[in-house]
Write a protein that binds this ligand. Structure first.
Ligand code: SF4
Ligand code: SF4
Ligand code: FES
Length: 250
């Protein structure tokens, strides 16, 4: 509901990974079109709590401010989403801001999402090109292939799909939906497919695709509407086919 009164924020603060977390409240005057990131910029510029006590500037990650870089993911009113596309007028107040809960805290709302990048390395989520010499033009990619690949290429590495996944935790070591979807993207790329077998092999066993319980929280949360459950089911079939083939090749 649009509001023209002051906007109230409750922000979970934590000075360092080992400090005790605490909540602080801030109040800002309402502006048309304000979003969570612009509000945090204002609070960081003038770090005074609602009851007039000076405090330290809040720490958070952001960069593109237009839902492209993936860095501003956090829990907003308990929901994993991007702070730059969260309009204040669409949020219940007080607006509660917390860091993602499944990633190591760096400070306040900033967390370490390196696990996703390690997982992408594990599955070789890239197109292998050897050297910087002219490789000539690549194979032609049909319109149909482009239409299939484009939605997958929109992943912004925000980690929201991992945050909401019941299987993404320290016990399973599950790689999560984003990594699986990138396997689909690179395996269907005409040049990227050179590493197809290695990618599928990396998703076998502990922490691999077998850990997925198909709860579908990931697809509902993804800010870029990536067809994650389709990726999981296609990559799951390919992993299964390769494992059975490998058994017979022994
Ligand atoms: S389908 Fe469920 S278990 Fe599988 S990755 Fe998505 S949220 Fe996690
Ligand atoms: S798949 Fe969606 S939710 Fe997951 S990291 Fe990529 S953009 Fe974020
Ligand atoms: S600041 Fe880049 S996605 Fe929000």
């Amino acid at each position: 509901m649009p509001t023209h009164g002051p906007v109230l924020f409750k922000i979970k603060r934590q000075a360092s990974p080992n400090d005790k977390p605490r909540w602080e409240e801030f109040e800002l005057p309402w502006h048309a079109g304000m979003n969570v990131i612009s509000s945090m910029m204002e609070i960081a510029r003038n770090p005074v709590t609602r009851d007039g006590k000076p405090t330290t500037p809040i720490t958070y990650d952001s960069n593109c401010l237009e839902e492209v870089c993936g860095s501003c993911a956090m829990l907003i009113n308990g929901k994993a989403r991007m702070a730059c596309s969260a309009l204040v007028d669409n949020l219940e107040q007080p607006i509660r801001l917390q860091p993602l809960s499944k990633f190591p805290i760096i400070r306040d709302l900033a967390v370490d999402r390196a696990v996703l990048f390690e997982n992408l390395k594990r599955v070789k989520a890239w197109v292998p090109v050897d050297g910087t010499y002219d490789l000539g033009s690549g194979p032609r990619v049909s319109m149909h292939e482009q239409e299939e690949a484009y939605p997958l290429s929109r992943c912004i590495s925000c980690c929201c799909c991992m945050e909401v996944c019941p299987q993404f935790n320290e016990h399973t070591g599950f790689v999560g939906a984003a990594t699986i979807s990138q396997v689909r993207l690179f395996n269907t790329h005409s040049t990227g497919a050179a590493l197809q077998r290695e990618r599928l092999a990396a998703l076998m066993g502990d922490g691999g695709i077998q850990e997925c319980g198909y709860a579908q929280n990931c697809v509902e949360t993804c800010p870029k509407d990536i067809p994650l459950t389709r990726s999981i089911s296609e990559v799951g079939s390919a992993v299964m086919k390769q494992s059975i083939g490998d058994l017979f090749r022994r």
